[in-house]
Design a protein around this ligand. Sequence first.
Ligand SMILES: O=C1O[C@H]([C@@H](O)CO)C(O)=C1O
Length: 554
Amino acid sequence: EKVRHYQFDVEYIFKKVDCLEHVVMGINGQFPGPTIRAEAGDTLDIALTNKLHTEGTVIHWHGIRMKGTPWADGTASISQCAINPGETFHYRFKVDKAGTYFYHGHFGMQRSAGLYGSLIVDLPEGQKEPFHYDEEFNLLLSDWWHTGVHEQEVGLSSIPFKWIGEPQTLLINGRGQFDCSLGAKFMSTGIPQCNFKGGEECAPQILHVLPNKTYRIRIASTTALASLNFAISNHKLVVVEADGNYVQPFVVDDIDIYSGESYSILLTTDQNPNQNYWVSVGVRGRKPNTTQALTILNYNTISASVYPITPLPETPLWNDFERSKAFTKKIVALMGTPQPPKYSNKRILLLNTQNRVNGYTKWSINNVSLSLPPTPYLGAIKFNLKGAFDQRPSPTTFPDDYDITIPPKNPNSTIGNGVYMFENGEVVDVILQNANALSANASEIHPWHLHGHDFWVLGYGEGKFKEEDTKNFNLKNPPYRNTVVIFPYGWTALRFKADNPGAWAFHCHIEPHLHMGMGVVFAEAVQNVKRIPAEALACGLTGKFLINKNRGHY
Ligand SMILES: O=C1O[C@H]([C@@H](O)CO)C(O)=C1O
């Protein structure tokens, strides 16, 4: 159990992200940021210096539960004040569970701007994974726009509303090709063939393998918007991990991965080693307008620049939701995974709707669109600063007669910043209810991510959730995750234990949707939180409160 020290300098850099040069958020001059690698039980000590000139920043350690250090969760306005330009914030927290994680900006739309990197936690020395592999790869998937995020943010909060549209490019480990494709010869789109000489910033990273070995491929998606499908031609994939928890292994030809999720898959190199194979990432869930990302699986027996003779993997139809559901429902926990409590103490229903507030387009939960306050919730709750946010209890349900199959009859909703307060240790069921968006016959996919906890996914269903649906909850081997998707016109049920004192975001991981208000704040036992560093509180009402106190820890 080591303490691992990192210095992260966040700054804008120029980078040929998709062969065209863009301004991107980098860390220590790198995009994506440096990969953090630690062992379960280690403490990470990351000094984050904001080298941006005109905006604050924070970094969220996605999937790490922050037991005892809720102030290190890295969510602006919730766990801390944004770090001002020139200032350094010290994140110090324990990584308590092995798995595939990542980190990313959690202020404004800085994740969309490229502020992200991988965080991999290995088992401690001497402990063994419940599966065998020889080597591993790590693939961080993302999507990229040619419009800068400031322009995107303004568009989302303008009248008329300007939607960001579909991404220009999909990136694998921060590399994509916009003006060419490796598979152009095999496509009918007229896009030119890429010819890389080597050394190009945007050249795909080739997966070099040896025959008859097993590789663990860690895949995480930090996309701003896109739901993705990953496939390797001629090879089966065995899914073994999801969001840092083991799953009962199952074999598939391809996997769906939503923003905020991570998987480990095992790949056995049992195909003809004298050929190269495609590794493909394509868009699902929304009508795609982005070329699939490609790289090569190369057996090291031939040159990686020989074109695969197999056809390009075809991304399943974007709107074949039955196929998406079939994949998702294959995921169950491996025996030995923590099991859900048999009963819950409380159930809340969260209706997801697209709305209007004063003519602005928003997303709302039970008719409240989240607008983050200037004082972070953690300090505001701890010091009982009642003016910091709406003190009224947040709505835990929606009208019985709400028709989820049509656009909202009254599309007007309200802006809010209240909190869902839970008792310490309370077992909470959350039903995420999807609905029709503002235009007719439209209901979208939303991957929901919970901070500070893993939850059990008890089930998915079509239409409106009904009491009798609880009979079909999976209490035997529900997957234990931190991100779960709601399908169009459907619901997803999850259960979690509110046993981590702190204030925690629970939100749609599609970044423009969160920006449009699609999230809520949960909090439990904040009175038990100790030693919040002053630098996490030095803004808003907590900042004023501190001025009247000594510096240090509270
Ligand atoms: O939030 C969104 O807005 C657009 C569309 O609904 C209105 O332009 C879209 O596809 C979203 O996901």
